[in-house]
Design a protein around this ligand. Sequence first.
Ligand SMILES: Nc1ncnc2c1ncn2[C@@H]1O[C@H](COP(=O)(O)OP(=O)(O)OP(=O)(O)O)[C@@H](O)[C@H]1O
Ligand SMILES: [Mg+2]
Length: 311
Amino acid sequence: MSSLPPVGRLRWTDVPAPLRARLEACFDAPVTNAVTPAGGFGHQLAAALTLADGRRFFVKAAPTEDPLTVANLHESVVLSSLPPGAPAPDLVGVHHTADWTAVVIAHLDGPHPDLSPDSSDPGQLWALLDKLTSSAAPPPYTAAVAATPSGAASLHGWDVLLANPPGDLEPDVRHRLHELAELEAAWPGLAHGDRIVHGDLRADNMVRDLHLGVTFVDWAHATTGPACIDAVSLAPQLVLAGHTPQDVARLLDEHPASATEPLASTAFLAALTGHWHRNARLPSPPGAPGLRAYQQRAAAAGLTLLGPRLR
Ligand SMILES: Nc1ncnc2c1ncn2[C@@H]1O[C@H](COP(=O)(O)OP(=O)(O)OP(=O)(O)O)[C@@H](O)[C@H]1O
Ligand SMILES: [Mg+2]
């Protein structure tokens, strides 16, 4: 019945029976199929459930004591506080049963967007980011994220590498370590703002829905901050998808979300790249076998964009 998870995720049948029964009672129909989508690095249940009557729902679930439950609950309050028209699915409900917590979200129907240069999806993405960040976040959203510290604001890595430079560090990176650490150190002071920030924009955290178009999912890291955070996060993803660093650098220079905040954009790009570069060298966490290789590729992409912004 359940398809095998691609990255060691929990499956629908791993969820305690009382929680499965509770969800089926709320849906008023039995679950006939559960598909774990490809993408992401988490270990929790994240599955598209099909019901006997054909309806579909997306469910994320983990033991209540698992730190991912805090993230899922944060996502649930974010989803219910985003302004109308935000590129996000609707929250359906939250259930606590048998020491597990499940968050049920409207199902989006489609693949991840194609971020390659041949696709029209990147253009749609930049337009969505412009719309999302062109005005201040509405008060319900600001209140929803107020109690959760911003993960983006605390990203760093060059400081750690500078304190103890690994022997195999590329010579041009070693040469720039002081400057990179300095830029990164400026980031927390620039990380404040009143805009909606998704905080984890990658192709696998978006779905190109048949009806809604490109829609952002996985709002677990959502926060408020400067408009540039999501635009800068997207930039290395586009390089990884085949865009030239020159084209992406030009987009960052021109897009309203990043063009208006060049210092914060550079400092955040340094912090994000440092985070990737440092973490890529750590042992693989359980249940996320692809994470370190991804961070290595992302760090290299980030550095190609950072190069022209350095002294
Ligand atoms: N509402 C939805 N409808 C359909 N598919 C979805 C929906 N939300 C997420 N997905 C798909 O499920 C995958 C996992 O979801 P999500 O990213 O929210 O889980 P996660 O465990 O928080 O992920 P991560 O591993 O990135 O931490 C996404 O990559 C996406 O393909
Ligand atoms: Mg995800």
